[in-house]
Design a protein around this ligand. Structure first.
Ligand code: HEM
Length: 294
């Protein structure tokens, strides 16, 4: 892939080679900058932070009734003409992310969360706006009062000595971003597939859409981008997505309701794709539902 090559990053592709790379002890997620993020480290520190996040995510399995109701309300509120990103995927992914953290999230928060994508990409360091957004959200969340949910659980883990100060500062944003960005991209792309090709299972859709196209690892010969497009949409190994069950449950509710809305036919208008090299998604896609006969 051109952009990786330009940055001197090797690419691993093919399911077996990728599975092997993701399980290899010789490849690490840690770029060596001492980041407190669960995504950018390995070893005991990673296992400890990941353990806290897994406990939080387990609180959404099964998806609470209030979350199901708010997802269904988003789809019920779609008019005869809507944008798959702005009107469908964004409010659904936002509602789930809000439930993960246990705090309400407004449009300004979601705007900044989408900007942090750049900060997490493989060429990180070059995008000041993305870093500023991530920093702003970290500060905002550190000052937010929270009810039961992920943010409170992270604070309790800190109070119990399971997380240090830096880990408590950054990982609420990392968790929010992980829950939001891939779900947003998945739901919008899957919605487009339903609108153009008809019903398919959520498992099938997530594999074909594969919203996170690559994950970055560091080895003795430098950085490598491991492709997930050959059947590994949730990754594999130590960093495999701990939220895959939540993502599939969220997709099941939202996409089943959307498929029902579209079953009398629809027209797809202008479709605009994002251009990120890692996160695959739509910027916008207009859908007009056909009038029901009789
Ligand atoms: C369709 C939606 C989703 C996709 C495709 C997806 C994909 C992924 C992938 C590929 C990774 C591995 C990153 C790596 O190996 O470096 C990952 C990590 C992660 N995901 Fe997801 N994810 C989705 C939704 C979610 C949701 C809903 C949550 C939370 C409820 C979540 C939480 C996380 C966390 C915390 C990590 C970091 C795990 C670690 O570094 O140990 N994800 N996700």
């Amino acid at each position: 892939m051109d952009e990786f090559e330009r940055h001197g990053i090797g690419v691993v592709s093919g399911r077996d080679a990728c599975a092997h790379a993701l399980r290899s002890p010789d490849l690490t997620s840690d770029p060596g900058a001492g980041s407190p993020s669960v995504l950018l480290r390995d070893g005991d520190g990673h296992a400890r932070v990941r353990g806290v996040l897994r406990e939080i995510i387990a609180g959404l399995d099964p998806l609470p009734d209030a979350v199901i109701t708010s997802i269904e309300a988003v789809v019920a509120g779609l008019g005869a003409s809507f944008d798959l990103v702005r009107d469908f995927a964004r409010p659904v992914a936002g509602a789930v992310t809000s439930a993960v953290l246990g705090v309400p999230l407004d449009d300004v928060f979601l705007d900044h969360l989408e900007k942090t994508t750049a900060n997490l990409d493989v060429f990180a360091g070059s995008d000041r706006a993305g870093q500023a957004s991530a920093f702003r959200l970290a500060v905002q969340l550190s000052r937010t009062s929270a009810g039961p949910g992920g943010l409170t659980a992270l604070r309790e883990a800190h109070a119990a000595g399971r997380l240090d100060e830096d880990e408590l500062m950054l990982n609420p944003v990392v968790l929010a971003h992980a829950a939001y960005e891939n779900s947003l991209n998945f739901l919008a792309c899957a919605g487009l597939e339903l609108a153009t090709s008809g019903p398919r299972s959520v498992r099938d859709l997530v594999t074909s859409v594969c919203p996170a196209r690559y994950v970055l690892r560091f080895g003795p010969d430098g950085p490598v981008a491991v492709s997930l497009t050959d059947g590994l949409p949730f990754g594999l190994g130590r960093h495999a997505c701990p939220g895959s069950g939540v993502a599939l449950a969220e997709g099941e509710i939202a996409l089943t309701a959307l498929a029902k809305l579209l079953d009398g036919g629809c027209e797809v208008g202008e479709v605009v794709w994002k251009t990120h090299s890692v996160f695959h998604g739509l910027a916008s896609a207009q859908v007009v539902v056909s009038e029901k006969q009789g």
